[in-house]
Ligand binder design. Structure first.
Ligand code: SAH
Ligand code: SF4
Length: 392
């Protein structure tokens, strides 16, 4: 049985043709699935009966198994979905006046292994399929429509951010058809500026996304220099900051907005000093005289959401405000992210599901050296100083 949530509309057309149906039937079917949330082929009244019968024998529309649902005091909802074999992923709905944002996972666990991230801590288990990525929205949208009593055509979810568990650009093959389904006018009809892919910096895939489906892009920067970023976001050793900023600039040529969002997780005594704010400002503004262009951007400071195993602390509010002030005075639009869903551990970086640790990251963590407080001045000193832990 093929799960039709796996297909974008083109692929569904191909599949329909393989079943001996006209490809345009796929559009009707696609609308039943993604605009009306209908999983039951026999209820799809405007499809010819022989086609419905064929569908019943050959396909299914199957969502994810819900392991739990929690509602926070501020209205944030977190679903934990069981994706089998001991893996679970989380999806978070964040209601705000005039909009509803859904934060979606792309992988069970994550291989990037950022020091401050609960998902990274548990290691990588597996990529989600397109169906599993889309099913998070499919479930949330129609569950919320029912719950909120929305009229036909009204949307519960107006924005989607790929900021849940996993690195979306390390699961590109599954991500792309999912994005296309989100954007499709016969699907969820979200505009490209209302869909955001957040990445820790997979440079070649930023270029691919630019060609294939340039939605809004958020880049998780977290450090103003390579030595510190090497430690916080190990992928930086492969794609250092200069390459990441070049890719961000290239992306802007096709992006739906004329800025990149840089995310910066505020870690007490690690990356939050006034000098580091100045360094970050210099980085994104560039230096025309030195032939180093800047990147048009907004900066989103995320107060670190602590979890026991990280050994890291959140920067004090005054420290975050001072950091923001340096950037703002330098002319960069800077926001401090409000933490939502704190009481149900639904905030950024707290999503851990119950993914099996197949990579023994926990053991490696236990041996890891703490993150250095003062950033070293060169990449070499970082390589010498960081110890065997997270580099292993
Ligand atoms: N893998 C992608 C998207 C998922 S993480 C990425 O890294 O961009 C989404 C955002 O949450 C990223 O900016 C990430 O750096 C941030 N984040 C991770 N752990 C966090 C934590 N403990 N506290 C605050 N933000 C965190
Ligand atoms: Fe993966 Fe993003 Fe967490 Fe880093 S912050 S470990 S890239 S999910």
């Amino acid at each position: 049985m093929v799960n039709l949530l796996q297909f974008d509309r083109n692929a569904l057309g191909d599949w329909c043709e393989q079943q001996g149906e006209k490809a345009f039937r796929a559009t009707q079917l696609f609308r039943w699935i993604h605009q009306r949330g209908e999983p039951d082929f026999s209820a799809m009244s405007d499809l010819a009966r022989p086609f419905r019968d064929k569908l019943i024998g050959a396909a299914e529309v199957t969502g994810l198994a819900i392991a739990s649902e929690q509602v926070a005091l501020d209205g944030t909802i977190k679903w934990l979905f069981d994706v089998g074999h001991g893996d679970a992923v989380e999806t978070v709905f964040i209601p705000e006046p005039g909009r509803g944002t859904l934060c979606i996972s792309s992988q069970a666990g994550c291989a990037v292994n950022c020091r401050f991230c609960a998902t990274g801590h548990q290691g990588f288990s597996r990529n989600l399929t397109t169906a599993e990525i889309v099913a998070q929205l499919w479930h949330a949208e129609f569950a919320l429509r029912r719950r909120l009593g929305l009229a036909a055509g009204e949307r519960a979810i107006t924005n989607v951010v790929m900021m849940g568990m996993g690195e979306p650009l390390q699961n590109y093959g599954a991500l792309l058809p999912a994005l296309r389904t989100l954007l499709d006018d016969h699907g969820y009809g979200l505009s490209r500026r209302r869909v955001t892919v957040s990445t820790s910096g997979v440079v070649p895939m930023i270029d691919r996304l630019r060609e294939d489906c340039p939605v809004a892009l958020a880049v998780s920067l977290h450090a103003p220099d390579d030595a510190l970023r090497d430690e916080l976001v190990p992928l930086n050793r492969k794609y250092p900051i200069a390459e990441l900023l070049d890719a961000s600039r290239r992306y802007l040529e096709r992006a739906p907005r004329d800025f990149i969002t840089f995310e910066y997780c505020m870690l007490d005594g690690v990356n939050d000093s006034p000098a580091q704010a100045e360094a970050l400002l210099a980085l994104v503004r560039g230096d025309a005289g030195a032939g180093r262009p800047g990147v048009p951007c907004k900066i989103n400071l995320i107060p670190f959401n602590p979890f026991a195993a990280s050994g890291l602390k959140r920067s004090a509010p005054a420290r975050i405000a001072a950091f923001a002030a340096v950037l703002q005075e330098g002319g960069i639009v800077t926001t401090i992210r409000k933490t939502r869903g704190d009481d149900i551990a639904a905030a950024c970086g707290q999503l851990a599901g119950e993914v099996q640790d197949r990579t023994r990251v926990a053991e490696r963590r236990a041996r890891a050296a703490p993150v250095r407080v003062a950033p070293p001045t060169s990449r070499r000193s970082a390589a010498v100083g960081a110890g065997p832990g997270p580099r292993a």
